[in-house]
Design a protein around this ligand. Structure first.
Ligand code: CMP
Length: 139
């Protein structure tokens, strides 16, 4: 089925001017960038986005990292988009990521891992709504 997923190009990647290289990975695999905005997260925005992780040991560090520079939030659309994007990204920890994935090729660490992608269609809907109004998504 055609799905949408929420993607974030993280501060470690924008800092190294990798936005276009990462977007090319999505487009080469057939994902369409149907919404996209560059912004600087505030602490409140990052805490809200990652609220599900608030009891985790890495939460405060993650929030600080996500606010450390610009991010690009985007909606990717395509066949099986949630799982396909996770395949393109590779494992959370770049040490475990497969060859040819974004995280294997670009990530600096498990925290500074270049991209975020929704982990299920249900979470994708919530995460997309956190950043985008429906009228901003143009398929
Ligand atoms: P992301 O897919 O955005 O979801 C949660 C983020 O927390 C993850 O990518 C990493 O950037 C970060 N993180 C830092 N440490 C860990 C860890 N030990 N396990 C999982 N995620 C971590």
């Amino acid at each position: 089925a055609i799905e949408r997923t929420l993607s974030i190009i993280k501060p470690d990647a924008t800092r190294r001017n990798l936005t276009g290289a990462i977007n090319a990975r999505f487009e080469e695999r057939g994902l369409r960038i149907v919404a996209q905005r560059r912004l600087r997260m505030t602490k409140a925005v990052a805490e809200g986005f990652y609220a599900v992780h608030k009891e985790r040991s890495f939460f405060n560090s993650l929030v600080e990292f996500m606010c450390s520079g610009p991010v690009v939030v985007q909606v990717l659309e395509g066949e099986n988009a949630v799982a396909l994007n996770r395949e393109i990204m590779g494992a959370t920890n770049p040490a475990n990521a497969d060859a040819g994935t974004i995280r294997k090729d670009f990530a600096e660490s498990i925290e500074a891992n270049s991209v975020h992608g929704s982990d299920s269609p249900e979470n994708a809907a919530k995460e997309i709504a956190y950043f985008f109004a429906e009228v901003e998504i143009v398929g």
